[in-house]
Design a protein around this ligand. Structure first.
Ligand code: UTP
Length: 276
């Protein structure tokens, strides 16, 4: 059983400046719900109730969001507005939240390594909340689909999707051998390849299941692209030592770390998900 889900949320979110000067990117709302709350919903659906968040300076609102606001709740208690807090109250009943601070922003791999103290020696999921995933007709969320695969294969799994060739330079790209429908054994992985050099168009998106040996590998991973400790480098090492799978998930993903993706997600959620 995978119980823990790690949310690296310490990045600067520079693509959304000035909004992210004092507000975490993960708190930006898609219609009326912060990005991170969508991710927590997906984790809970997949049976993960230990939510571990890696934060950084200026990210207090992430903690406040998953806590009681006595004054506000007292103020709207008994009014029609109270129902607007129903979902977040349910989350708080079902999940526990722990936080750890990444003091220096040394990349996603480093953020995941910072989470080791919260995770310990067990397999866990990682969600990058700025990748918003919706079912869009699929039976289950992406994390639930990945947990089912983990139960069978017991190894690290990354979620991938096909992207147009002129976008491969924005992603970690996987090259693999097909072992089942939508499932590949990872042979190679490159972080943000130069245009025209990508080994495939299978791009890693912000959903991972990782086995805990990844922490030892990360401790020995040298800074790579952009001087940051890259999770793709550590995963490639893990793939060489054992097995890592890449899974083409069912559903739809929005890159809410970019402005066009954020707008697209807002329109989609307003039209298909949001209920007044
Ligand atoms: P991004 O590459 O999207 O970086 O990080 P960013 O800082 O959030 O956004 P931009 O590019 O400046 O606009 C991917 C994920 O990894 C986390 C981010 O919070 C995001 O969820 N991250 C990244 C960390 O937690 N720590 C880091 O040092 C780097």
């Amino acid at each position: 059983m995978i119980k823990k889900c790690l949310f690296p949320a310490a990045g600067y979110g520079t693509r959304f400046l000035p909004a992210t000067k004092s507000m975490p990117k993960e708190m930006m709302p898609i219609v009326n719900k912060p990005l991170i709350e969508f991710g927590v919903d997906e984790a809970l659906e997949a049976g993960m109730s230990d939510i571990c968040i890696v934060t950084g300076r200026g990210k207090h609102s992430l903690m406040d969001h998953f806590d009681i606001n006595y004054e506000l709740e007292h103020q709207i208690s008994g009014t029609v507005k109270e129902k607007k807090l129903k979902d977040i109250r349910l989350i708080m009943d079902k999940a526990s939240f722990t936080f750890i601070r990444q003091r220096e922003m040394k990349g996603l791999g480093h953020a995941i390594l910072t989470g080791e103290k919260l995770i310990g020696d067990e397999a866990f999921a990682v969600v990058l909340a700025d990748d918003l995933c919706v079912k869009d007709g699929a039976e289950q969320g992406v994390l639930s689909q990945m947990v089912a695969l983990y139960d069978k294969y017991k190894c690290s799994i990354v979620a991938v999707e096909s992207v147009p060739e002129n976008e491969t330079h924005k992603y970690g790209i996987v090259q693999g051998t097909r072992i089942d429908d939508n499932l590949y054994r990872v042979e190679n992985m490159v972080e943000k390849p130069e245009p025209g050099t990508a080994p495939s168009n299978m791009a890693i998106i912000g959903r991972y299941i990782l086995t805990p040996d990844i922490f030892e590998i990360l401790k020995n991973t040298q800074p790579g692209k952009a001087g940051e400790i890259q999770i793709t480098d550590a995963l490639l090492e893990q793939a060489k030592k054992g097995r890592v799978l890449a899974y083409k998930f069912k559903g739809k993903r929005f890159d809410c770390g970019s402005i066009p993706g954020f707008i697209e997600a807002t329109n989609y959620v307003y039209e298909n998900v949001y209920q007044e």
